[in-house]
Design a protein around this ligand. Structure first.
Ligand SMILES: C[S@@+](CC[C@H](N)C(=O)[O-])C[C@H]1O[C@@H](n2cnc3c(N)ncnc32)[C@H](O)[C@@H]1O
Length: 263
């Protein structure tokens, strides 16, 4: 039986049987559409969305690889101003118009997104931009109950809380995911010296620019991350996720196994 959470193999990143001449053009159009709602959320929100979606490779990767399957319930923890939710909403529109790149994984149609975010200012921006196209809950991931989900996304978030608390959050995520449910976790690899130091430095600047207080961070080397996720009952694949940036970020694509539970 086909695993609905496993992306189908893809050809080269070309061959868009659509109104766009190439997958790059489709991505640019999608990016612009996902940024547009942030005009109503203020100057900063719009410019931040444009910069982030242009520079950060992870968003295109998630869509191109079909890592968010159709009809899934997505929980985006530490969602910031809701950029992923905006991209997913616009992806659905692109697919409806028959403009989804043929070489990409299945478009994320019918996806429902809940975002959890600690910073009220970001939640306000997300709600103003996206209205009822996604649900945003303001609070701390360590305290809020998590809704049922098939895919849990944490992009550059866990390092803001101490290691033992990270593990408690991971345990709760594993407990809520169905077998074969997916965790998409991006982390900095603390073993990659220069790239990791650069990302820490930029993280502090961006945190300040976004109007937040800079706090200590808690990071682990990649092999430790992989081992820990396996302990929690995930199959794990690590994908470098910093191309075009000086960072040492890795996307951990983790699938809940039948074994379950922390060991
Ligand atoms: C580097 S930003 C990444 C935002 C988003 N995931 C993205 O990739 O665009 C990290 C986000 O996690 C949020 N965050 C940090 N600690 C959190 C916590 N304990 N509970 C909920 N959100 C948290 C921060 O407020 C911030 O918006």
């Amino acid at each position: 039986m086909d695993d609905p959470l496993t992306p189908r193999p893809r050809a080269a990143d070309v061959n868009v049987a659509t109104k766009f001449p190439s997958a790059d053009d489709a991505w640019r159009a999608l990016r612009a559409a996902a940024c547009a709602p942030y005009r109503s959320a203020g100057h900063f929100a719009w410019h931040f969305a444009r910069g982030k979606l242009r520079i950060d490779p992870v968003f295109r990767h998630l869509l191109r690889e079909g890592l968010i399957p159709p009809d899934s319930r997505v929980l985006d923890i530490g969602c910031g101003q809701g950029l992923l939710a905006s991209l997913l909403a616009e992806s659905e529109r692109l697919a409806r118009e028959g403009a989804w790149p043929a070489a990409w994984g299945s478009p994320p149609r019918g996806v429902r997104v809940t975002g959890i975010e600690r910073m009220p200012r970001d939640v306000e921006r997300a709600r103003r931009a996206l209205g009822n196209r996604a649900t945003f809950v303001c609070g701390d991931m360590r305290e809020l109950p998590f809704p049922a989900a098939d895919v849990v996304v944490l992009l550059d978030v866990l390092h803001y809380i101490p290691i033992a608390e990270q593990d408690r959050v991971l345990g709760r995520i594993r407990a809520l995911l169905p077998e074969r449910g997916r965790l998409l976790l991006r982390v900095g690899d603390a073993a990659a010296r220069v790239g990791f130091a650069t990302s820490q430095w930029v993280d502090r600047i961006v945190t300040r620019v976004r109007g937040h207080r800079v706090s200590p961070t808690f990071c682990r080397p990649l092999p430790i991350w992989v081992r820990r996720l396996k302990d929690f009952g995930f199959d794990v694949e690590a994908r470098p996720m910093s191309s075009g940036t000086p960072f040492a970020n890795v996307l951990l694509v983790a699938r809940a196994t039948a074994a379950g539970g922390p060991r």
